[in-house]
Design a binder for this molecule. Structure first.
Ligand SMILES: [Zn+2]
Length: 301
């Protein structure tokens, strides 16, 4: 992604955050200031963040400090999702340093414009470089930003599904305002042979059930804590916990009450708490079951 595009995106996320905070009523039992998660807090729960971008420039200043502290917060593993060939290389570098970091290799729909076959060959080779490469992603379609032409997005999505089948790796799917085309491509190109996760799922319950029937998981992140997400809440209610994964999409998608700030894996506590509340179950169960789900899908030991 070009620097200007990234800056525009970050500005937009920050603006969304302010807007959301303005809409959230103040709870008298909780402080008005956003809750701080200090680095010395030891988390008693254990979980896997199945979607993050710790190689993003947003973590340039403190990537090491943050990753070194993650275990103390209950983070067992993270799956770092690459977005282009350079990001694949950066992800592999982080994986070498931290044996509990897993990686997904792939080209994000924002980045597929002007790619050629060499890029796919590079992703293929990099995916074979480390046994903890556990998925092809993040791949898919984004018709909201349209940073790449739609026909190119579709072609590269299909090519990368074929690559995942060849490598026998699940896929991590990004789909924004492209629900039907995403489903059609996944069905037509038999992606259920490898399965995967629909990251930041935002479709309706009916489509969610169809994905689950095909063996896919749904990634649930900060969005579930946002105001006015009735459709997503119905999805979380209606889909068995055995088919949900916890994720952050760090540095993006920061949950309430910390919207507008940079996101990282520690913030999953707000997502897990919200899922427990929606399903009327204990949060311990959310951590336990979703951790097993992530291990099963990505072959995490
Ligand atoms: Zn992502």
């Amino acid at each position: 992604m070009r620097i200007e595009e990234k800056e525009a995106l970050l500005k937009k996320f920050a603006a969304e955050g302010e807007e959301a905070e303005a809409k959230v009523p103040i709870d008298p039992d909780h402080p008005e200031e956003p809750e701080e998660l200090p680095l010395d807090k030891v988390e008693e729960h254990h979980f896997i963040d199945t979607h993050c971008h710790f190689d993003d420039t947003a973590f340039d200043e403190d990537q090491d400090e943050l990753l070194s502290a993650m275990h103390a917060f209950g983070v067992l593993n993270v799956v770092n999702c690459a977005t282009d060939v350079k990001s694949c290389r950066r992800t592999l570098k982080i994986m070498k340093r931290y044996p509990w970091v897993y990686g997904a290799m792939g080209i994000h729909p924002h980045e597929v414009k002007n790619l050629d076959e060499d890029a796919i060959a590079a992703v293929y080779n990099l995916a074979e470089e480390n046994a903890r490469v556990c998925a092809i992603g993040e791949i898919g379609l984004d018709y909201h930003y349209d940073f790449s032409p739609r026909d190119e997005q579709q072609d590269w999505f299909i090519e990368q599904i074929e690559l995942a089948k060849e490598l026998e790796l699940p896929i991590i799917v990004h789909s924004r305002e492209a629900a039907q085309d995403t489903m059609d491509i996944i069905r037509d190109y038999e992606a259920e042979r490898v399965g995967g996760v629909i990251h930041a799922y935002s479709g309706d319950l009916q489509m969610a059930e169809e994905y689950v029937r095909m063996g896919f998981y749904l990634g649930i992140g900060g969005m579930v804590t946002f105001p006015k997400v009735k459709r997503l809440i119905r999805v979380v209610e209606g889909i068995p916990l055995e088919r949900l994964l916890l994720e952050t999409d760090s540095p993006y998608m920061t949950p309430v009450p910390n919207r507008g700030q940079r996101n990282d894996s520690r913030q999953i506590v707000h997502v897990a708490a919200k899922i427990a509340e929606i399903k009327g179950i204990r949060v311990e169960e959310v951590y336990e079951v979703t951790t097993q789900n992530a291990k099963r899908l990505f072959g995490i030991e």
